[in-house]
Design a protein around this ligand. Structure first.
Ligand code: GUN
Ligand code: FE
Length: 438
């Protein structure tokens, strides 16, 4: 039978619950139930295998899958990545601004061609599946079809936006303000909360476009995403540009530029936020703006990042600001959220700040689902949520194992090279449909 009413997956289970708590079930089972008249599945119950098998013993149309050598986790949400930057992840990263102008922008220009964009979206879709990422906040290029192609092709719950670039950009990637606003109007109408208004970053967007698109966001309920305080050089650059605009002469922080344009709020996600002063922290808190922290992108160039600096998550949490993890492909080198989680843990360890692997997992799953307004349907393995699950080979365990010790083995101990993270996921399940990888 192709679509049984129930699927029972026998496997070990690792389920994030909060910053400090993940549950581990060895010899577990996840029971999925098919949604009426549909081919998609939700999680109905989860627990020890004997208990779950007993519960479903008398039900009709049950298929049992023996995945006992695997460890199941919820699929990932990547809070910040550029789907059109897959080919510049390993280009020389001397500084953010030079990497953008030398490699990233010329590469994004190729997406003007629809056939190219569509073919790249198909490839990227397979990569996302293989990494176990089934949702997130995604930047496309300035070309509106790159939003359509991503939303048509990617399996998962993604929020996507075309970047807006009206000033200080190469001719081949400069759009008029009118064109930018028109695209935002039509895409926000078409996609609603799957769309994010995406001023690339303030240096490349004029204040009129920022203000007009912010008004559209307020009416349409779509998201807003951009970059904020990623490097010192960028901050000096943006202030030198904006202080020349009428009405912005006395503005003295990057955050205040976005705030003055009406772009901050509970549906806004700002990537990076490394160099924020105390008044900016207050503004982000007051407006309920979230931050996407991208440790592998911020990492030193020797670790294949842009060398932007260290994100002080403790300062951000103390200020009461929401944050989650992102890969920032191509500023970050690898798409796997395992690599991102590892980097977050290790960077903090290096400066003597202890963070648990459970916290990293929570920030790569449930917290990001919350920020994206998706936590009713995804983010972890709770009953009633969609069956969005990844399976990795279960690390050899002992009876004294905890969720934290198992995760530590996966992220820090069993990994010989960062490349291996790309091969960790053996099955990705989206709403009950399964893709397998060798
Ligand atoms: N700031 C503006 N554009 C970009 C981008 O594409 N990547 C990163 N990391 N920062 C940016
Ligand atoms: Fe980025």
């Amino acid at each position: 039978m192709q679509h049984p009413c129930y699927k029972i997956l026998l496997c070990d289970i690792l389920n994030p619950l909060s910053d400090t708590k993940s549950e581990l079930v060895k010899g577990g089972a996840i029971a999925l139930r098919r949604v009426k008249n549909n081919h998609f599945y939700k999680i109905e119950s989860i627990g020890h295998a004997e208990k779950i098998l007993q519960l479903y013993k008398l039900k009709r149309s049950v298929t049992i899958y023996n995945f006992q050598k695997y460890l199941a986790m919820p699929s990932f949400l990547d809070l910040h990545f550029h789907w059109v930057q897959d080919d510049v992840t390993l280009m020389p990263k001397d500084s953010l601004l030079s990497w953008l102008s030398k490699y990233t922008w010329p590469n994004e220009a190729k997406f003007k061609k629809k056939t190219y964009s569509k073919q790249k979206a198909k490839q990227f879709c397979n990569k996302l599946l293989q990494m176990g990422t089934l949702g997130g906040g995604c930047f496309a290029s300035i070309h509106e079809h790159t939003v359509d192609h991503a939303l048509e092709q990617f399996h998962g719950d993604f929020v996507v936006g075309n970047v807006l670039m009206t000033i200080n950009s190469p001719d081949y990637l400069t759009q008029s303000s009118q064109n930018a606003v028109e695209i935002v109007r039509s895409k926000s109408k078409k996609y609603g909360k799957k769309y994010a208004i995406t001023p690339r970053f303030a240096p490349t967007v004029d204040p009129h476009t920022m203000k007009e698109t912010a008004k559209i966001a307020a009416k349409s309920g779509c998201f807003i995403q951009s970059h904020l305080c990623e490097t010192q050089e960028e901050i000096e650059y943006v202030l030198s540009i904006y202080n020349k605009f009428k009405g912005f002469e006395s503005i003295n922080s990057y955050t205040e530029i976005y705030n003055a344009c009406g772009l901050l709020g509970p549906k806004t996600i700002m990537a990076h936020g490394i160099y924020l002063n105390s008044s900016e922290l207050k503004t982000l808190k007051k407006t309920n703006t979230a931050i996407a922290h991208c440790p592998t992108s911020n990492a030193p160039t020797k670790d294949l990042g842009l060398g932007s600096g260290l994100f002080d998550f403790k300062k951000i949490e103390k200020a009461g600001i929401c944050w989650g993890l992102g890969s920032d492909i191509g500023g970050g080198p690898y798409l796997s959220m395992f690599d991102v989680m590892r980097s977050f843990v290790l960077q903090n360890k290096k400066i003597g700040t202890k963070v648990s692997c459970s916290k990293a997992l929570y920030r790569a799953t449930l917290k990001n689902a919350q920020i994206l307004g998706l936590d009713k349907t995804c983010g972890n393995l709770s009953p009633n949520k969609h069956a969005n699950i990844i399976m990795i080979e279960s690390p050899h365990t002992s009876s004294s194992d905890t969720a934290e010790s198992v995760l530590e083995r996966v992220l820090l101990k069993n990994i010989k090279s960062r490349h291996n993270f790309s091969k960790l996921v053996k099955k990705t399940i989206y709403r009950g449909k399964c893709w397998e990888f060798d």
